[in-house]
Design a protein. Structure first.
Length: 83
């Protein structure tokens, strides 16, 4: 889950982030990172863009949407599942 948190922070901190950049940064395949980005979207992170143009956090008039937390607690099967 630390990798997802790190990916989320990178996407939030940069104007646009490409799969190529993330693949080099994490020494992983772009395909695997695309699955991680899909997981971030399912967790509620509002990521716009795609693999051909890059990814960014959807900005609102009040600022960026926060990075979700991915810490797991005992008895929780998913980070967004209530205990």
């Amino acid at each position: 889950m630390r990798r997802l948190q790190a990916i989320a922070e990178i996407i939030e901190g940069r104007r646009v982030t490409t799969l190529t950049y993330l693949a080099e940064r994490f020494e992983m395949s772009e395909r695997h990172l695309a699955r991680d980005i899909a997981e971030l979207r399912r967790s509620g992170m509002r990521i716009v863009g795609g693999s051909s143009i890059g990814f960014a956090v959807e900005r609102t008039s009040g600022g960026a949407v926060g990075v979700p937390s991915f810490s797991r607690e005992p008895g929780r099967s998913h980070p967004d599942t209530p205990a």
